[in-house]
Design a protein around this ligand. Structure first.
Ligand SMILES: [Zn+2]
Length: 137
């Protein structure tokens, strides 16, 4: 009898359900310290389900994840500026290649903008959680 990946994950979760977290692991949503709670459970502060089982780590926060998305945001701003420059130069005199380049960079910027915004929001949430952790220590 072979177990599927889901069955193995479920069995591993069941093994860890009765074990308690010994070190400081924080809720990925609100930053609540999950120490002394089961590895697979839900945050008592915000109700978010988490899985702090080693090699899984879903719904938990590790302070080293808080890297600012500088390169992603900078790249997006450069693309937006380049698109603006290409559009500005595309009509005096008319140049189809600059218009095409500006259009492609604009499409890329529009597609990447929500991703960059999501990264910035995640970073700001992580900073807020770190501040909360530091206040509790
Ligand atoms: Zn929480």
């Amino acid at each position: 009898m072979t177990l599927s990946e889901q069955d193995r994950e479920r069995q591993s979760d069941e093994i860890y359900t009765d074990r308690l977290i010994r070190g400081s692991v924080y809720c990925g949503t609100c930053g609540y310290n999950l120490r002394t709670l089961p590895y697979v459970y839900q945050c008592p502060e915000c109700g978010q389900r988490y899985n702090a089982r080693p090699l899984t780590m879903k719904g938990v926060f590790l302070p080293q994840q808080a890297e600012p998305p500088v390169s992603q945001v900078l790249f997006l701003l450069v693309c937006m500026a380049a698109a603006g420059v290409l559009f500005f130069d595309a009509f005096t005199p008319p140049d189809i290649w600059r218009l095409l380049g500006g259009t492609l960079l604009t499409i890329f910027s529009v597609v990447e903008c929500p991703k960059a915004w999501h990264s910035v929001r995640r970073y700001l949430l992580a900073r807020a959680i770190i501040r909360r952790i530091n206040r509790e220590i």
